[in-house]
Design a protein around this ligand. Structure first.
Ligand code: NAD
Length: 480
């Protein structure tokens, strides 16, 4: 059984409580690791270590900070196979996906901010009155980073890398459901020469460790990715303490497919935006609106292709859908299929737990599911399901589909399929989401602002947005 340890002050340590929590392999349903059941005592130790390390790290020359982060990136690449295997076992995702997306992206996150920090500059404002203002951007101090289970190392590093690049020290908490690659990252950080206390990783439950990070008076900024309800709870705790907050929350993303789209390209991509990572990517498009002239053809082709998807052992090369992350999550997703039926939905394919023979016979798998016949405003089409379940629906007019698309409380991402350039721009402007993809999906340039509107979040990550979030701006006005 792999013993996971907290990473505090450069050391791998047991939780103060001495207690551990079972960690499951979702593709077999078996316990395979033990997670420290940490609490506020561990968070206090981590924060103390981070505070002590801050003076040194924040005054380390940019070039030296950059070199250490580049080393972390290189070591992630070097350990690609080991990390990908760990991610697949921990999360249930296909090994191939972890190898080609999750782990390379974690390396890119460190690479991007390691190089970015060398070019980060701030504004200056000249005044005719004979004065000059410049914006001094200093690191905040000790910051908290809390991440979810769906893209474990990918999203964990998306926060930690800019926080460290900007000169902060970090107390971080990965999801208790998928802690393994964050644990392996702590070993990599030591090897890369990251000074003790600069990054501290405390494992454990959200309502203990996450809550303690949010409440700690010396942690003055929180970067959080996870569910909307958790985000609201963090905001309630952090607001009276005047902490800087970045919240990346849930989504219920629409795909708008117009009849003039490049059909083959669209169909291929919609398969991915529906079912990649078992539909457990916050950016997956789970509400698919199709212009009526191509609705029947799309329905037939989409169902046919979905039926051919291989749900199977995540370690097999040709598996397209692995296990969902936990038994509880599987049951939640399946309960939405039942709800959809009660709401009048017709399940065109899937809808059930999938059985995978052999070593995965007790794993938590779900058949990729397509449902039609629902109204745009029913619960199935308004609430986040976060699994391999999508709904399809025809539309006639652009205003109508915009109403459908914008009708949920969420506003994370949307996808538009059309070859009409004017329409593409017009619709992109009207969609109330933080990200709009036209004729593509999940094409990411790390320099761009990333985040959601409405209940999908507050603030933006990515590029300079993250560097600005992780620094405090101070205006210095000099009269001459
Ligand atoms: P979650 O909110 O349950 O947990 C996220 C993290 O918060 C975990 O580390 C958890 O331990 C911690 N946490 C739980 N309660 C806490 C508390 N009271 N205080 C502080 N921390 C606490 O989310 P999840 O189930 O791990 O992830 C799935 C959700 O994440 C989905 O809603 C998905 O849409 C969202 N998500 C959003 C984005 C985005 O970029 N907007 C990306 C990925 C996932």
């Amino acid at each position: 059984m792999t013993p996971i340890a907290n990473y505090i002050n450069g050391q791998l340590v047991a939780p103060v409580s001495g207690q551990y929590i079972d960690i499951y392999n979702p593709s077999t349903g078996e316990v395979y690791a033990k997670l420290p059941d940490s609490d506020e005592r561990d968070v206090n130790r981590a924060t103390e270590a981070a505070q002590k390390a801050f003076a040194g790290w924040s005054s380390t020359p940019a070039e030296k900070r950059s070199k250490i982060l580049l080393k972390i990136s290189a070591l992630i690449e070097k350990n690609l196979d080991k990390l990908a295997m760990a991610e697949s076992v921990d999360n249930g995702k296909p090994l191939k996906l972890a190898k080609t997306v999750d782990i390379p992206r974690a390396a890119s996150n460190f690479y991007f901010y390691a190089t970015g920090l060398m070019h980060f500059a701030s504004e200056s404002h000249y005044m005719e009155e004979g004065a000059i203002n410049y914006t001094l951007r200093k690191p905040i101090g000790v910051v908290g980073c809390i991440s979810p289970w769906n893209l474990p190392l990918y999203l964990f590093s998306w926060k930690i890398a800019p926080a460290l690049a900007a000169g902060n020290c970090v107390v971080a908490k990965p999801s208790e459901i998928t802690p393994m690659t964050a644990f392996l990252l702590s070993e990599i950080c030591t090897e890369a020469g990251l000074p003790p206390g600069v990054l501290n990783i405390v494992h454990g439950l959200g309502n203990k460790v996450g809550q303690a990070i949010t409440e700690h008076p010396l942690i003055t900024a929180i970067s959080f990715t996870g569910g909307t309800l958790t985000g609201a709870s963090i905001a309630r705790t952090a607001a009276p303490l005047f902490k800087k907050l970045s919240l990346e929350l849930g989504g219920k993303n629409p795909a708008l497919i117009f009849a003039d789209c490049n059909y083959e390209k669209m169909l291929k991509t919609v398969m991915l935006s529906s079912f990649a990572n078992q539909g457990q990517i916050c950016l997956c498009g789970s509400r698919i609106f199709v212009e009526r002239p191509i609705y029947e053809k799309f329905k037939k082709d989409f169902v046919e292709k979905t039926k051919k998807l291989k749900v199977g052992d995540p370690l097999e090369e040709d598996t397209q859908l692995g296990a969902v992350v936990s038994e509880q999550h599987m049951n939640k997703v399946l309960s939405y299929v039942e709800l959809a039926k009660q709401e009048g939905g017709n399940v065109l394919t899937g809808g059930k737990r999938a059985t995978v023979s052999g070593r995965c016979k007790n794993g938590w798998f779900i058949e990729p599911t397509i449902i039609e016949g629902l109204s745009f405003d029913c619960r199935t089409n308004q609430e986040e399901i976060f699994g391999p379940v999508v709904t399809i629906m025809p539309f006639d007019k652009e205003e109508e589909v915009l109403q459908y698309a914008n009708s949920t409380p969420y506003g994370l991402a949307s996808t538009v399929w059309t070859e009409n350039l004017t329409r593409a721009h017009r619709v992109a402007g009207e969609l109330k989401t933080g990200i709009v993809w036209v004729n593509c999906w999940l094409l990411r340039d790390l320099r761009t602002p990333f985040g959601g509107m409405k209940n999908s979040g507050v603030g933006r990550e990515g590029g300079w947005e993250a560097m600005r979030f992780f620094t405090e701006a101070k205006n210095v006005c000099i009269k001459y």
